[in-house]
Design a protein around this ligand. Sequence first.
Ligand code: CMP
Length: 147
Amino acid sequence: STQKTLAMIKPDGMSGNYTNRIKNVILESGFRIVKETIVQLDEDTAASFYAEHSTKSFFSNLIKYITSGPVLVMVLEKENAVADWRDLIGPTDAHKAKVTRPHSIRAMCGLDSEKNCIHGSDSTQSAQREISFFFKEVSTGAAVTEH
Ligand code: CMP
């Protein structure tokens, strides 16, 4: 059924001017861009967004990276949006993406396992939380997709 998911072009994607190419891939792949906003995350907001990673060794680097410049946050909608968007962006490690998934978005604009240029919600639960995090007013449709 129709789902929404959260996409975020990270600072390296923004500074590398990949926004238009990424949006073209999004639209060509059948997603609708329901909402979008450009934000500069501060450290507290970034730490809250990435709370699940707070105990990881890379957490402080992640917060530095994601606050290093503006990000473009989008709500995407299509059938099976959560899994299809994760598939389209490719593996976390952009270096691996270039080898195993050359047509993925991370292969296009990412560098390594940290600077991977784009975010995608990893589950319908994460999508609901992350969409509400940035867009208080958007209904996620989670009740429809989970029953
Ligand atoms: P993502 O999977 O979208 O969300 C968590 C982010 O943490 C990940 O993208 C990377 O940007 C970053 N990350 C994950 N693993 C590492 C790592 N081993 N070293 C540095 N950053 C990482």
